[in-house]
Each structure stands twice: as C-alpha cells, then as structure tokens.
Write a protein that binds this ligand. Structure first.
Ligand SMILES: [Fe+2]
Length: 220
C-alpha cells in the first residue's frame, strides 16, 4: 500500500473518503433496522481504535480498524430480526443462524473492493486465539491483529452494556473476565491495552481523535 499514513492527510485521500462514506451509508441503513446493534458498533469502534493506538498501530491501520469495527455486525442484517432481538436464551438452531453473520458481513463488505482488509477483519471478529472461535477456527497470529483487537473491544462492550436478558455487568467484573480470557481466547496484548484504556478513564485515546469520525449511526 502506498497511501500516505500521515493522520493529517488521511481524510484528504479520495479513496479513503469514498470508503468512509460507503461504510457510513451501510451503517446508517443498518441503524434503521437495528439501532441497538449499531450503537454497540459505535462504542466498539471507539474502544478498538483506542486499544489499537495503545498498541502502536499506525494511523492508516487505526482508520481501517475503526471502519471495520463500526460495521462488524453488518451481517446481522441477514439474520431474522426476531432472533437478533430475542430477549431469552437462543436455541442451538437460532445460535447457528446468528453465527452466519460473520460470513454474511464478509460477503457484504467484499463488494467494496477496497485495497484494505476490512471484509477480512469483520470475517474474523469471532475467531479465538485457541481455535475455538468461528467461522473458521483460526488460531493465534493466523487471526489478523486488527481482528484480535476488535474481539477484545467487542467482548468488553457486550459484557459492560445492557442486554435484553440482563443488566450491564460491573467494570471490575468485566475487566476480571477479560484477564481470564487473555492468552487462550483473547490476545493478551490487546486485553492489556483495553484494561489500561478503561482504567485511564478517558473516552478515547488522543491519537484516535483525528481518525474517529462523528457517529455515523445517528439518524436525525
Ligand atoms: Fe459479531
């Protein structure tokens, strides 16, 4: 890739502007169908970018990570709405249907034909370090670093936010759970960066300020 990686010029790259606008359009369309999931994606996008910044990712990779994160569950458009919003426990058959969202998201985002691994990051966001994830059971560094970061941000937000079937879990409990998952399910470096970011009390790492756009899911 020969694109400039200077943060100040990222938004001046026509290809990146077009990509950002396409992703924003997808996210906005998704918001009309499922605002709950889209607010989750916005929070995960901000957290993933901050984790990536603490791990030293360069601005262009941070931008791509953020764009992937704000549509990481776009494949849920292909899952029946009554299953996505079901308040109770899912049956095995329903859970299998939910799991297809990684393949569906990959299929949707491949249409961008972007020279960045956005579709691949989204495809891998439920893979786990020990190979126990889905859809392909990838292990360790076979999982893109951006996808390993996204998995940590996604897991943190899923536990710390309201779900139809339970109240938000406490910060102490969530950080403790992340520590337990580090090394076998989640990338330990990404968990460490996530914990440091959360404990810092800041909403976003300063390095992400120029990269993370205003929320694209807000429908006025
Ligand atoms: Fe997901």
């Amino acid at each position: 890739m020969t694109l400039a990686t200077n943060a100040l010029h990222l938004e001046d790259t026509p290809l990146l502007r077009a990509l950002r606008d396409s992703i924003a359009m997808l996210a906005r369309a998704h918001h009309h169908r499922d605002p709950f999931t889209c607010h989750h994606q916005e929070r995960v996008g901000r957290l993933a970018a901050s984790i990536g910044a603490l791990m030293g990712l360069r601005p262009l990779r941070l931008k791509i990570l953020h764009l992937a994160a704000i549509v990481h569950d776009i494949g849920k458009l292909g899952v029946p709405a009554e299953i996505i919003g079901k308040p109770g426990k899912l049956s095995d058959a329903e859970y299998s249907l939910v799991q297809t969202h990684c393949d569906i998201g990959h299929d949707i985002l491949m249409q961008l034909r972007a020279p960045f691994p956005i579709a691949e990051i989204v495809h891998q966001h439920h893979e786990r370090i020990d190979g126990s994830g889905y859809p392909r059971g990838l292990r360790g560094i076979a999982i893109l670093e951006e996808a390993r970061i996204l998995a940590v941000a996604d897991t943190y937000d899923a536990m710390s936010s309201y779900r139809p079937y339970r109240a938000p879990l406490s910060e102490d409990f969530v950080l403790g759970e992340l520590h337990k998952m580090a090394g076998h399910l989640l990338d330990p470096g990404a968990v460490d960066a996530c914990v440091r970011h959360v404990l810092s009390g800041t909403t976003a790492h300063p390095a992400t300020a120029a990269l993370v756009d205003a929320p694209v899911n807000q429908v006025s």
